[in-house]
Design a protein around this ligand. Structure first.
Ligand code: SF4
Length: 214
């Protein structure tokens, strides 16, 4: 059984998969408290669903791309079994994880979008650094949500320190909603000399920052 906040079909709003039709399985609960978190509604509530019921709902949406997200999806151990099942049904599976739970047991067929928490999130101390060693260059992506210039400097430091350009399929720089002048962020990125990717949360531009389940 897993505690589930919502399952819905929409377009992918983030990562190099942005814009693609996608079914989202949003699991309930997260032990972190990032100050800019946009999914606090997942912290409590949710419905207990069997893995059979979840996979039946995913099948009904009939999308090749499926993202398991949260909350923190890997905080519920049974999520690993769900991911394995979805991979075995030949879905292209993305895991959006906050980066503080080990990714070690995740099915190797799934692609991981791994957050590195920057200082302004308030949760930098909980980054689980061994996750960076497990990134696969052809498959996994790493994401820095930045909320100020200090976060950008931190992202640059960690990208270089851990050789993330080579280690990941993409390094995503995602400005926290409303926190930064986007032109300034674009300038930082274009002048960095690094092959990183500015990421805007596409779904928020389409449906607004507060929309859920779309
Ligand atoms: S890890 Fe994700 S879900 Fe958890 S508090 Fe941070 S942003 Fe919110």
């Amino acid at each position: 059984m897993l505690r589930v906040t919502e399952i819905f079909r929409s377009i992918q709003g983030e990562s190099t998969h942005a814009g693609r039709p996608c079914t989202f399985v949003r699991l309930t609960g997260c032990p972190m408290r990032c100050v800019w978190c946009d999914s606090e509604y997942t912290f409590t509530g949710g419905d207990h669903m069997s893995l059979d019921a979840i996979t039946a709902q995913v099948r009904a949406f009939d999308c090749r791309l499926v993202e398991v997200t949260g909350g923190e999806p890997l905080a519920q151990p049974a999520a690993l079994t769900l991911i394995e099942r979805l991979c075995s049904e030949d879905y292209e599976v993305l895991i959006e994880t906050g980066g503080f739970v080990s990714t070690e047991g995740v099915d190797s067929r799934a692609s991981i979008i791994l957050d590195v928490k920057c200082p302004a999130s308030g949760e930098e101390a909980r980054n689980h650094w061994p996750n960076l060693q497990r990134l696969r260059a052809g498959q996994d992506e790493v994401k820095f949500v930045i909320a100020d210039a200090g976060d950008w400097a931190y992202a640059l430091e960690k990208i270089k320190q851990h050789d993330l350009i080579k280690r990941a399929r993409a390094v995503l720089i995602s400005p926290a909603w409303g926190a930064l002048d986007l032109k300034e962020v674009a300038d930082w990125i274009s002048s960095s000399g690094l092959d990183v990717r500015m990421q805007l949360q596409l779904h928020k531009y389409v449906w607004g920052p507060e929309a859920r389940g779309v």
